[in-house]
Write a protein that binds this ligand. Structure first.
Ligand SMILES: Nc1ncnc2c1ncn2[C@@H]1O[C@H](COP(=O)(O)OP(=O)(O)OP(=O)(O)O)[C@@H](O)[C@H]1O
Length: 415
């Protein structure tokens, strides 16, 4: 239970207990529904030879009235469940996060580094959305920009980051500070090194909670911290340790526990398993999956390892040289990649049976100080045509839920 959950639990505990005894009328309704007794009553009612026919008819009529009432109330319940479900589906259809035309440059003495250019995507509630690409393609810059954590010489040049209907780029610094962690939180790349080496784990939680106005007694803090640590598979005693006393995997779990402490709606995880060995990577990903299920957040999972990301996310966005080149459902992207860069990324994955050559991507990613004209991938693209060298392709929806930025991909997704 996070601090928010603790507040809810406290308010529930204050509500006086209500008696659970079922009201008499409802018991009678249930008795009436018993099909056999109704049949008997009706038969009895129609039995003219019976000495108490009128009395039995009356009882049968009452019984039918109850059935009518019960059917009406059941119909109401079904309708209300349907309405609620429709509302929920409607909510699920509405993105929790909409990023539009996000553009971030680093202003260096050599000129602006166009780290992120015109990035547009949306994420739905509880969705796992992956962003993959080679080193230097701008993934971490997107992650930092989503939380407005870009530091000089970096600057968000334009765009919108709409979280649950509110544009974060229009917030003042104080509002944004309140929103971070509470509404959108980051498990940063190398997050384990972001723990303050001279502070115990407990102090990191206290700082985060107090900074967001969670004022509690010491025991209550300890209880919440223990619950958060438990959520990520750590013992409560870990709270009293210093970061250097933790393994890499434990540090990363502490960072995840910190990020979910206020149960944000969106969790951004930038390479959460980099620098961890494969077994610990798997454990950390399991932890992330478990906490996501508990708090119901949408997760943006960022990394360069297409294989690792694809195992987890519902949709993937492929990034190249600061731009998105393809976005779509994971399965479709893996089975039928449309952009030549996505195809090259997938071809570079090792296959399970170990057969087939491992194919790297020829050439190097371009400098973002001076990106090539036209499509930034054209110098490395095996199928580039003249148009690719001159005209930059736009990200277009070529078929439902499939977005591709390539001149060679027609509408409908044929190359
Ligand atoms: N502080 C900075 N000053 C100047 N350029 C920067 C700065 N930070 C990042 N860049 C440049 O911005 C571009 C995008 O970097 P970014 O770290 O976002 O890429 P990435 O895809 O996350 O890479 P990696 O996977 O290696 O973290 C790169 O060309 C990088 O050199």
């Amino acid at each position: 239970m996070g601090a928010r959950g603790a507040r809810h639990a406290a308010s529930r505990a204050e509500t006086p207990a209500t008696p659970t005894r079922r009201p008499r009328k409802a018991r009678r309704d249930v008795r009436c529904v018993n099909g056999l007794s109704i049949a008997v009553l009706l038969l009895e009612a129609s039995d003219r030879s019976s000495p108490d026919t009128r009395g039995r008819r009356k009882r049968a009529c009452h019984c039918l009235q109850h059935i009518g009432t019960l059917i009406a109330s059941l119909a109401d319940k079904v309708t209300s469940v349907k309405v609620k479900r429709a509302a929920r589906n409607g909510d699920a259809m509405r993105p929790i996060l909409e990023v539009k035309d996000l553009t971030v440059y680093y202003h260096t003495p050599a000129g602006p580094v166009r780290a992120v250019e015109g990035v547009t995507f949306s994420v739905h509630p509880q969705e796992w959305f992956g962003i993959v690409g080679e080193s230097g393609s701008g993934k971490s810059t997107v992650a930092l920009a989503l939380l407005r954590l870009i530091k000089p010489p970096g600057r968000i040049e334009r765009g919108q980051i709409v979280l649950d209907g509110r544009d974060l780029l229009a917030f003042d610094e104080e509002d944004m500070r309140n929103y971070r962690l509470a509404q959108i939180a980051l498990v940063a790349q190398g997050a384990m090194n972001s723990l303050n080496p001279v502070k115990r784990v407990r102090d990191h939680f206290l700082l985060a909670l107090r900074d967001h106005g969670v004022q509690l007694g010491e025991q209550e803090y300890d209880r919440i911290i223990a619950t958060l640590l438990k959520r990520v598979g750590l013992r409560p005693e870990v709270a009293h340790l210093y970061p250097h006393e933790l393994s890499g995997g434990m540090k990363q779990r502490v960072c995840i526990a910190l990020a979910i402490s206020l149960e944000p709606k969106v969790l951004v995880a930038d390479e959460p398993t980099s620098a961890l060995d494969v077994v610990v990577q798997w454990q950390v990903m399991e932890t992330l999956r478990a906490v996501q299920r508990e708090i119901g957040a949408a997760v943006i999972l960022i990394g360069h390892d297409m294989g690792l990301i694809a195992q987890t996310v519902d949709r993937i966005a492929v990034m190249y040289a600061g731009r998105l080149v393809e976005v779509g459902p994971t399965r479709e992207i893996l089975t039928e990649p449309l952009h030549p860069y996505t195809r090259a990324l997938i071809a570079s994955l090792p296959s399970l049976d170990g057969r087939g050559e491992l194919r790297g991507i020829a050439g190097l990613p371009p400098s973002l100080l001076n990106p090539p004209a036209g499509c930034a991938f054209h110098p490395r693209c095996p199928v580039a045509i003249d148009r690719c060298r001159m005209e930059r392709p736009l990200l277009r929806e070529v078929r439902p839920r499939r977005w591709v930025a390539c001149h060679l991909v027609e509408n409908g997704g044929t190359t």
